[in-house]
Design a binder for this molecule. Structure first.
Ligand code: ADP
Ligand code: MG
Length: 233
């Protein structure tokens, strides 16, 4: 057992002050944030079971940015190779865009940019965007990709989406991604990221069925499990 001491006030959160501005107008962390932040900021893998609207984006987004900023992210962006280090997989275009917007706002004060890629729209603009992503522009470097698994795999196979530097991986709404038949795509994508020992893997789901457990046990290392709401899962 690894008892988690929740972070029940934003002031207890030890992250750069620029990240704190994302809480403007919020009174206190939501339960999934309070319980995810302590292990996530220690670098642990977390599997979070919580329903929609519970505040999961900041639950994984704050530790993601914090880790990247601490890693002295600027040094690695000169090679011209992929600089992507945070990857978020989401089940739908809408969720991918929402999450991208939140992470882009978190990263902006640090010169960290995000791109969103998803299906149902032409590929070419996304191909161009990813080709440009390896070059720093306006003081911003693209370090985050948020997208749906099918399109990401497609872009990887086109050779424009290099995930070999990804060391913070989020499977968001994992149960919905599996319902949509993305399991094989997800497995293929994850195998292109850094190996588990060098990667922090976060997984969020509203439910906890066998297929989600299997995915967690394949890709996570000794994860801390946080359940908010019903424990009848
Ligand atoms: P989920 O991913 O669990 O469905 P989101 O991360 O999208 O939830 O958050 C749902 C809404 O709650 C968003 O509008 C977000 O800005 C807001 N929110 C996030 N954290 C807090 C908080 N600590 N207090 C109040 N509202 C919050
Ligand atoms: Mg969400």
């Amino acid at each position: 057992m690894h008892p988690v001491k929740p972070i029940i006030a934003f002031a207890q959160l030890n992250v750069p002050s620029e990240l704190q501005s994302s809480f403007a107008g919020f009174k206190e962390p939501t339960p999934i944030q309070a319980c995810t932040w302590p292990p996530a900021l220690e670098g642990r893998d977390v599997v979070g079971i919580a329903e929609t609207g519970s505040g999961k984006t900041l639950a994984f987004g704050i530790p993601a940015l914090s880790r990247l900023i601490e890693s002295n992210f600027k040094s690695s962006s000169k090679s011209g190779k992929s600089t992507i280090s945070i990857l978020v997989l989401a089940p739908t275009r809408e969720l991918a865009i929402q999450t991208h917007d939140t992470l882009a706002a978190l990263g902006k004060p640090f010169g960290i940019a995000s791109v969103a890629v998803f299906g149902g729209v032409p590929k070419d603009p996304q191909v161009k965007m990813l080709k440009n992503a390896s070059m720093a522009k306006d003081g911003m470097t693209t370090r985050i990709i948020v997208g749906t698994p099918g399109r990401i795999l497609d872009l990887m196979q086109e050779g424009v989406c290099d995930l070999s530097g990804v060391d913070y991986l989020v499977l968001d709404e994992a149960d919905r991604m599996l319902d949509k038949g993305f399991e094989n795509d997800i497995r293929n994508i994850i195998s292109s990221t850094k190996p588990a020992a060098e990667r922090q893997t976060m997984m969020f789901s509203a439910t906890w069925p066998e297929a989600v457990r299997r995915l967690a046990s394949t890709f996570q290392t000794n994860p801390v499990r946080v359940t908010v709401g019903s424990d009848d899962l």
